[in-house]
Design a protein around this ligand. Sequence first.
Ligand SMILES: [Zn+2]
Length: 309
Amino acid sequence: MTILPQWKLARQARLGLTFTVIVQDGAGLIKPLTALLCLLLPLTWSASSQAKPDNTLACPVPKSQLGEYGPALAYGPALAIVIDDLGYRLQPAYELIELQSKLTLSIIPFTPYSKRMAELANQAFLEVMVHAPMETLEPRPWEPALMSNMTEQEVSQLSLDMLDAVPYAKGLNNHGGSLLTQRHEHMSWLMNVLAQQHLYFVDSKTTAESVASRQATETGIPNHSRDIFLDNIREPQAIEKQLLKAEKIAQRDGLALAIGHPHPETLEVLREQLPKLRERGITLVTVSELLEMSKNRTNYARQANQAAE
Ligand SMILES: [Zn+2]
């Protein structure tokens, strides 16, 4: 495995005029430059928020201007893409950052690069999630996982340790979990931890019998179930087809959530297809933004129903 000693990130930022910044991590320039961008962008936020939504990565602006789960920037069909199973190698992080697209990276805790990868993603303004290992129906040699023989105290403690191991996480999805996501009790213990930490939940839906999303809703946690797995078949054509399916769902329902993995084939398809997706009017959003949009729609529908009654 080769790890790039230095990497280049070309970023277009809209500050009235457009300019490109080349940042070199190894030279230690990333922090001062990103800090400068963060300082300047909020000043232009109120003016630019009236403009057509921008698909480039947005610099985080102060929380008070965003609401709890961040801005919903998309007015048309929106797609959130989560790349999970990350943490064992650094190289995919660089490649995902270089796509300059609003992706959400879900990182397995306690892996060799879980912390470093979360830091890199955060520096590049990508959203971070915890990809929490959970017990599967067929026993596998998992990383430390949430198990059905654990007590409430053990589930809570391990969940908190997992969150600690992946800084900047805004939410969590299950890695495996075909057994544990069927357990109401264990899911409610996990959701209580997420509620305390103000985090969202994404059900990877590794089993049709999962009760995780229902439990999240009952606990009052923003949540969404995976609509599409991009790369169950690791062939570019098959991945492209899955991405197209995700696009169709976004067009039909207004929003969709796809999960992919850091396979070279998946990265290749994303590199090629994401610009085309944007041209066809699909806006890439973070999972936070997707959940915010979903909440707004539910509120709107509720108000419309009340008005009609
Ligand atoms: Zn996984």
